[in-house]
Design a protein around this ligand. Structure first.
Ligand code: SF4
Length: 363
């Protein structure tokens, strides 16, 4: 494996990767970056401008806020509006629009909604407010789930009964399988998510290459990592290989992190889950096991089911499947901006539309 990093400046290494990419990019090749952090890094470093025109980079469904379905958003908004409930959430969720409102709007109407930086902050809220129900909004892929598991374990250990989690967690392998089986997906290879694969391991994605002939490289988040990941994908094509390789060796192992995996599986189990733009994906999400139902907000509260209503004009679903670039949405930078977002892909800091707006509107 060529590695330009040793003994070279970043500039020299980047030039070498770019030269190799140009040499290997004889015919068109579409690469999907699965993770929102990749989307931001690609936009921030203007990598699209450096690549030959044959290489097309499209964004995928790796931004957890963006793939949270409208029906789930309306459900947690309903819960957040209940008296006696404190909703604890990461900051990205606060402005995500449901069919009528957002958490921010509810907060303006008097709902008790707190931004937390970890699940243990949310648990602390429950300790300090024993007369209230504290609900943590569990949104994220495998990367964030172990800390949610720890908070539930700790709540059980301390007998904290007024803490619960509304699990809307998602799993990377099923969503990639859904993409591979979607006839409208036109992707030749994937930059696979470094953070999620640190937990699940690259072997968890081997089926993509074996069953669907779609290679992938688990890639880090520096510009140089991404260029190397692209070069590795193109080498596979040049050599007639289809494998899941690791570029991000310092963090990712083929088998992943067994301790984190055990934490996830102790508290959670796979369930069918609704994804924005992709519909219901079998076993695509995580629900809380019955043994921990006392900390499962979905069982604890009588939550109505909501329909999945599309936001009028928003094409987030197509963006999340790599079918269009954010700039192809008619509302992009007109009616929809980070200050006045229409859809979640413009709200989240990892959303494709927000990344395009922030880094391409200036150039
Ligand atoms: Fe949705 Fe706005 Fe993105 Fe268009 S630009 S797809 S309206 S988030």
């Amino acid at each position: 494996v060529k590695n330009y990093n040793s003994g070279q400046s970043v500039k020299e290494a980047a030039e070498n990767y770019l030269r190799e990419i140009r040499e290997l990019a004889a015919v068109p090749y579409t690469v999907m970056e699965v993770c929102g952090t990749h989307t931001v890094a690609i936009a921030k470093n203007a990598l699209r401008d450096l690549l030959p025109p044959q290489i097309r980079l499209v964004s995928g469904p790796g931004c957890p806020v963006c793939v949270t379905d409208g029906s789930d958003i309306d459900q947690f908004l309903y819960l957040a509006a209940q008296p006696n409930v404190i909703t604890a959430t990461f900051g990205d969720m606060i402005r995500v629009p449901g069919s009528k409102k957002s958490l921010q709007m509810l907060r303006g109407e008097g709902a008790d909604i707190r931004i937390v930086y970890s699940t243990l902050d949310a648990l602390d809220l429950a300790r300090k407010n024993p007369d209230k129900e504290v609900v943590f909004l569990g949104v994220g892929f495998e990367t964030t789930v172990p800390t949610v598991s720890v908070s539930i374990e700790q709540a059980q250990k301390e007998g904290i009964g007024n803490y619960s989690v509304l699990s809307m967690h998602k799993l990377v392998p099923p969503v990639l399988r859904a993409l591979a089986e979607d006839e409208e997906t036109e992707v030749d290879g994937f930059l696979d998510p470094g953070h999620a694969c640190a937990i699940i391991g690259s072997e968890a994605l081997a089926f993509m290459a074996e069953d669907y002939g779609m290679p992938g490289v688990v890639t880090g988040f520096e510009a140089l990592d991404i260029l190397e990941g692209l070069a590795m994908l193109l080498r596979q094509r040049a050599q007639g290989r289809s494998e899941i390789e690791i570029q991000y060796h310092k963090i990712v192992k083929p088998e992943g992190n067994p301790v984190a995996q055990a934490l996830i599986h102790k508290i959670f189990e796979p369930v069918d889950a609704a994804f924005r733009g992709l519909g219901i994906i079998p076993q695509g999400g995580l629900g809380i096991r019955k043994e921990y139902e006392d900390w499962d907000a979905a069982r604890k509260f009588d939550l109505p089911e909501f329909e999945s209503i599309e936001i009028p004009g928003c094409r987030c679903g197509n963006v999340l499947k790599g079918q269009i670039a954010p700039t192809e949405c008619p509302l992009f930078a007109r009616k929809c901006t980070p200050l006045s977002p229409v859809g979640p892909c413009m709200v989240s800091s990892e959303g494709s539309c927000a990344a395009y707006y922030r880094y391409t509107q200036r150039s």
